[in-house]
Design a protein around this ligand. Sequence first.
Ligand code: PLP
Length: 414
Amino acid sequence: MLSEKLFEEASKLFPGGVNSPVRYYDPFPRFIKEGKGSRIFDVDNGRYIDYCLGFGPMILGHGDHDVVKAVQEQADKGFSFGAPGESEVRLAKIIREAVPSVEMMRFTNSGTEATMHAIRLARHFTGRNLIVKIEGGFHGSHDYALDSIPYNRARNTDQNITIEVPFNGVEALSDTFHRYGKKIAALILEPVMGNIGVVKPDPEFLRVSRKLTSESGSLLIFDEVITAFRFGYKGYQDMVGIKPDLTTMGKIIGGGLPIGLFGGREEIMKNVAPRGKLYQQGTFSGNPLAMISGIATLTRLKKMDYKKPTDYAERLSKEIAKIMDDEGINVTVNQAGTMFTIFFNHEPVVNYATAAGSDSGLFFRFFLEMLKNGIFVPKSQFEACFVSFAHGKEEYTDTLEAVRKSVSAIADTK
Ligand SMILES: Cc1ncc(COP(=O)(O)O)c(C=O)c1O
């Protein structure tokens, strides 16, 4: 297979043969050459219904006509100027109108950069060092968010450390703010967890998050890198009526081209250089191709009815759970809007500890069977599947057929 050969070469060029660890799986990942609508195609002529969707950005499906045309037109005009352009202003206005808490913003090239700078800004603005995050929450690959200690093992400190609390853990969060409140620069969270698999928030947990941060003078950062424009033409914050101080975005707002954003209250954002003292920059930030792709994507999304892909995800999740159940396989399928995760777990999954109780080995066997049967889902038990506007009746039926075949194959080896 060409994928296997390419992977052999790639392994000598990239650590583990990939440019992002989530792309690796045994014995070798399929190399993808093309995407059209709901489907992707590999270099070995395999074709798959895609539930990975670039890990989230491709909500319109691959190769949306309007987006492709807009990007092609921009490509003719130039790629990168290192000077401001009108497209930055246009995209920023679209985003601010849809997510009003983002009064002022800065574009970056990735979600990782966005959360890293949001945390730097929170520390700068509050003059405090501690960061609180959610256990298992992922905010990109920088040490501020990767290195953390459980709240009940933290010592009284005000160093640059990150403390973690369980998702939906109102008591643990309250306890942490009681002990460290005046030292906490920010609490950062994904309002719907997407990186331990999909887990919905208890609305009370989000309310308490807002209350405790306000009372202690800390900032509340919503990491909406996945959730912005995923549940509707707005942020998840607008759906639950909670106004964070800072928000990070990425993925959908660039329509598949590299992007990130951190933004929020002007009082905070004005501290970023050159207006303020917090230095932050990026050669490619506000890149015209990414801006134009984002504008075209959000313009399309504004006219879309999210009910269709949401219903698809809901019905599919229920049906998958039923098929598994009939085969005697324990699963919990969590679905939120157009996202879902099949946990090989008979317990409800409400946070990292319960997600970690899933049978990852069985999930991986399921993943490989699904791949054989023409369905591409993220390879890890702790990722989200995404549904796009390009997924329809045919995809629905074919997916369920593949699930039936895959489930009976793994049930035989269980
Ligand atoms: C919630 C969340 N924040 C931040 C990031 C990092 O974004 P990027 O991969 O664009 O650096 C991700 C990536 O999946 C994410 O899911």
